[in-house]
Write a protein that binds this ligand. Sequence first.
Ligand code: GRF
Length: 178
Amino acid sequence: MKKIAVFGSGNGSNFEAIVKYFQGKNKDIEFICVSDKKNAYILERAKNLDIKSYHILFNDTLEFLKENHFDLVVLAGYMRILPKEVVEFTKIINIHPSLLPDFKGKDAIKKAYESGVKTTGVTVHYVNEEVDSGDIIAQNTVVIENKMTLEQLEEEIHRVEHNLYPKIIENLLFGESL
Ligand code: GRF
């Protein structure tokens, strides 16, 4: 049985996409959901999906990871920078809504949109102690069409994220689906 912890601070749409992807598969896998924010919508989604969830304060993260064994920690909208001791303790991946190394940090979709680039995308990468800087695992591009609004770009980026992230997780855990 593979045990996966998905960490998020907000909406949780990637978390939901990941859980639903694996619901349709016959895989020996268990998800749990972790949020540093007590009222984050991701915790509500976990409840609706019947996934065990935990409110873990940022400073208690290492202890929590030490108390539980996870095969993989998945960040999905987790808005904190994990310290060296945590990123070195276990394998952690993240999804970022740009083609890294471009547009690191917050508001990446807006930054790309306003910069005038014609192609942006989504990156899945390993997490190290610097923001959005670990080794890249996979990227998908998104073309910014003429007349596309920022809202349309955001929607397209999220659609691509929800498609890519579960497949990368499956590939890392089971070596298939790519
Ligand atoms: C996603 O765009 C992800 O790339 C970024 O934060 C957002 C989280 O969205 N790291 P959600 O919480 O999964 O809906």
